[in-house]
Design a protein around this ligand. Structure first.
Ligand code: ATP
Ligand code: MG
Length: 137
């Protein structure tokens, strides 16, 4: 079993598709280990996306991520990191396959509905950034 960190981003929560996304997560065989609704501050978002701090889109990204509440999740499944990235689809919804989260619920590269960790090291950092050990027991 493997764990990954996922976010239902502010656009998806505002659009009222949290339930549909959670249903797909469960239908695809992930176990929800931990889950919390949280309105991130700009600094929460900047710390989370620190690897992108030099990118031109960083300001827009942290504004967006702190614009409204998100749903923060720890998901568990065999090969969870890769499986959740596959279910999310390409970063830009325009390039994502039908049936993926980003194609079905994302509007643009800025408003792309979901986040998923991209490697075991980032999953470990991101899970510990948002969840306490006892929440992940
Ligand atoms: P995420 O980390 O959110 O799961 P990702 O791993 O598919 O997405 P990253 O390269 O980590 O993509 O980029 C993080 C986020 O920054 C993307 O989800 C997207 O909203 C935004 N982003 C990435 N590239 C661009 C870009 N060229 N222009 C605008 N926004 C971008
Ligand atoms: Mg990423």
């Amino acid at each position: 079993m493997e764990r990954t960190f996922a976010i239902i981003k502010p656009d998806a929560v505002k659009n009222g598709v949290t339930g549909q996304i959670l249903a797909r997560i469960e239908q695809q065989g992930f176990r929800i280990v931990a889950m919390r609704l949280q309105h991130l501050s700009r600094s929460d978002a900047a710390g989370f996306y620190h690897v992108h701090r030099e990118k031109p889109f960083f300001g827009g990204l942290t504004d967006f991520m702190s614009s409204a509440p998100c749903v923060l999740l720890c998901l568990e499944a065999p090969d969870a990191i890769r499986a959740w990235r596959a279910l999310m689809g390409a970063t830009n919804p325009a390039n994502a396959e039908p049936g993926t989260m980003r194609k079905d619920f994302g509007a643009s590269i800025d408003n792309n509905a979901t986040h998923g960790s991209d490697a075991p090291e980032t999953a470990a950092f991101e899970l510990s950034y948002f969840f306490r050990g006892m929440e992940l027991a």
